[in-house]
Design a binder for this molecule. Sequence first.
Ligand code: GRF
Length: 219
Amino acid sequence: MAETKRKVAVLISGRGSNLAALIAAAGGERYPAEIALVLSDNPDAAGLARARDAGISANAVDRRAFKTKADFEAALDKALRDAGIKLICLAGFMRLLSAHFVATWENRILNVHPSLLPLFPGLDTHERALAAGVRLHGASVHFVRAEVDAGPIVAQGAVPVLPGDTPDALAARVLSVEHRLYPLALKLVAGGHAKVVGNRVTIEGEKLAPDATLLVPSD
Ligand code: GRF
């Protein structure tokens, strides 16, 4: 099985808790992906140390070291290709990728976003969910398109919004869903069970399909 694992790079900017969840899942013998490379645009990202502790090659590609966004993305692209990467997982990566980069890696970039897309793309999703008064909130893993937090959805997990919730409390509940959801979604994609058809993702295999929906009851 080991030789059939798809090589995945995780792009981060910060603490890397989703990265840690992906590393843990990919440690499983039958998991179809290997986390082969971690890149951060922020040299101080705590996630770089997490990756190195796990024996994974982890490098900063500092945006400030490049004159243009195109140069920065060319460096990312080279690092990815040199490592034989087949799939990219964005996990708290705070840079917008250009349409050119996204097209180059079409249907090979995943992102985790802390809302039930298409609701609340962008920042401050938990504050906005509370302000909107939604009863359910959650996380989405989707293929990346040039538009922010848009693209075919692979998997979603929902949590209740509870009376008295603060943005932090809600964020913590959603984050624990992200940590379960992202490994499930990557398993579906890396294993070849999730395919992009138009604007949607089709999941093959009856037994795998429920993995794409997580409903987490109130705690
Ligand atoms: C997560 O909430 C993710 O959904 C968002 O940024 C956060 C990253 O957290 N895109 P971490 O670095 O994985 O801990």
